[in-house]
Design a protein around this ligand. Structure first.
Ligand code: PLP
Length: 444
């Protein structure tokens, strides 16, 4: 009897299965991915792409980093699951100790979960338990995740729409977004967004503040880097009100900005630090780390996770940290500085680029349309259409995967694996220049 061969798996067959069997949460699917290595991604039709977005800033040590894969495989043979909090396992213990050494200041004890949103929500629970207070302050235009607690902190109604109401007792304050600052209104930055935290606490809270939650560099908001002094000022204000500072390093941590933590750039030690994304180079893991004093506010049964601190993910995280510290973060700093100069040159060459900004290999280009004014008449109008056209051009014509995002959907996001080479970055910048010339008529 002849056996019928399975039909070949193609981009189209994968997309058809997604259409039929996955919930339709994302409009306009991106490239299906069959395999990946370093900065190269391959689809099911045999096309190769240069990935300068790392699966949304996750594979910091390079896709399928050999040492990380090897560590995970070894751990798979030894132990896949133990329920970390009930049956201690070695990789979780070792990772927690490594995080105590790697995180700044007196941060010492970690809780392991599975994702960024869980890390943020766990951090809120801990802040509430430690302070005995309930309210939380977050930034407008921020992103902290999509489960209901993190969604409440997220300062972007586009993510909430009909899913509200979320967690109560969250107030929002202006982000440190100098290019579109509605407090300094295009004038020189006076860090008014930091002092405004005080005003919002006074007007919107009821003297029951548990935490101020911020991203050290805002990723989904559009690669927004705060001005010098902002983070320390916000910490001081939080402490003056008896609240903790939670610095969400989910996207900016693990070497992304050229330092292990984005907080390091600002010399600020957070009270609680949620992490995820780059932590295990793609295996699902999240964590939040606090000082022993804060962490010990949790009592038995206050928080738990069945899969959190999975030994395979923790083994991968240990290998990831070793790889990052063994030259990859240095590369991020070096290549990031070169990229920063290249993007600044693009900004001066093309009117369509309102601002180039970023730290390390977390760089963004904000695209604008000078024929209109931006919100509240600050800076030119955001050009989301152009950003979308350039992102599509790069993928279809140049074989490059680049992020497109930002609060106004007008920011091109360079967040490649931190192991990227100068040649690869050069190729991406050249392709970007071509795409801008094809799609914008605003060459300066
Ligand atoms: N926090 C920040 C700063 C993020 O960028 C994200 C995701 O993009 C999250 C939290 C949520 O992480 P996850 O998607 O793993 O839940």
């Amino acid at each position: 009897m002849s056996q019928q061969a399975d039909p070949p798996v193609t981009n189209e067959s994968i997309e058809a299965q997604y259409e039929e069997y996955l919930m339709p949460v994302w409009k306009g699917l991106n490239t299906p991915v069959k395999r990946a290595s370093g900065c190269t991604v391959e689809d099911f039709d045999g096309n190769e792409y240069l990935d300068v977005f790392s699966g949304i800033s996750v594979t910091n040590a390079g896709h399928n980093n050999e040492a990380v894969v090897e560590a995970a495989k070894e751990q798979l043979d030894e132990l896949v699951h133990s329920c970390t909090y009930v049956h201690p396992n070695e990789p979780a213990a070792a990772l927690a100790e490594t995080l105590a050494e790697t995180t700044p200041g007196d941060l010492q004890k970690s809780f392991f979960c599975n994702s960024g949103t869980e890390a943020v929500e766990g951090a809120i629970k801990l802040a509430r338990k430690y302070t005995g207070s309930k309210e939380v302050l977050a930034l407008e235009m921020s992103f902290h995740g999509r489960t209901l607690g993190s969604l409440a902190l997220t300062g972007n109604k586009a993510y909430k729409s009909e899913m509200a109401p979320t967690m109560n007792d969250v107030a929002h304050v202006a982000p440190p977004y100098a290019y579109r600052c509605q407090l300094c209104r295009g004038g020189p930055c006076s860090c008014a967004c930091a002092t405004d935290v005080e005003r919002v606490i006074e007007t919107h809270t009821a003297d029951d503040l548990a935490a101020v939650v911020v991203e050290p560099v805002m990723g989904e908001g559009g690669i927004i880097v705060p001005p010098e002094g902002w983070l320390s000022q916000v910490k001081e204000i939080a402490h003056d009100h008896g609240a903790l500072l939670i610095v969400d390093e989910v996207q900016a941590g693990y070497g992304r900005t050229g330092e292990m933590w984005a907080s390091d750039h600002f010399d600020v030690v957070p009270d609680i630090m949620p992490q995820a994304k780059g932590i295990a180079n793609g295996l699902p893991l999240g964590a939040f780390t606090a000082s022993a004093e804060v962490a010990d506010a949790f009592e038995s049964g206050d928080h738990l996770s069945t899969f959190g601190g999975n030994p395979v993910a923790c083994a991968a995280a240990l290998a990831t940290i070793e790889e990052l510290e063994d030259g990859i973060i240095d590369n991020a700093r070096k290549q990031g500085s070169w990229l920063n100069d290249e993007l600044a040159a693009l900004e001066s060459d093309y009117d369509a680029i309102g601002e180039a900004r970023g730290l390390g290999l977390m760089q963004g280009l904000e695209l604008v349309d000078h024929s209109g004014a931006g919100p509240m008449d600050v800076s030119p109008a955001p050009d989301a259409k152009l950003a979308k056209a350039i992102g599509k051009h790069l993928r279809k014509e140049e074989g490059i995967i680049m992020g497109v995002g930002g609060f106004y959907k007008n920011v091109l996001r360079f967040q490649p694996p931190l192991s990227i080479t100068r040649d690869q970055l050069d190729r991406a910048v050249d392709a970007l220049r071509t795409a801008i010339e094809v799609h914008s008529d605003t060459e300066g």
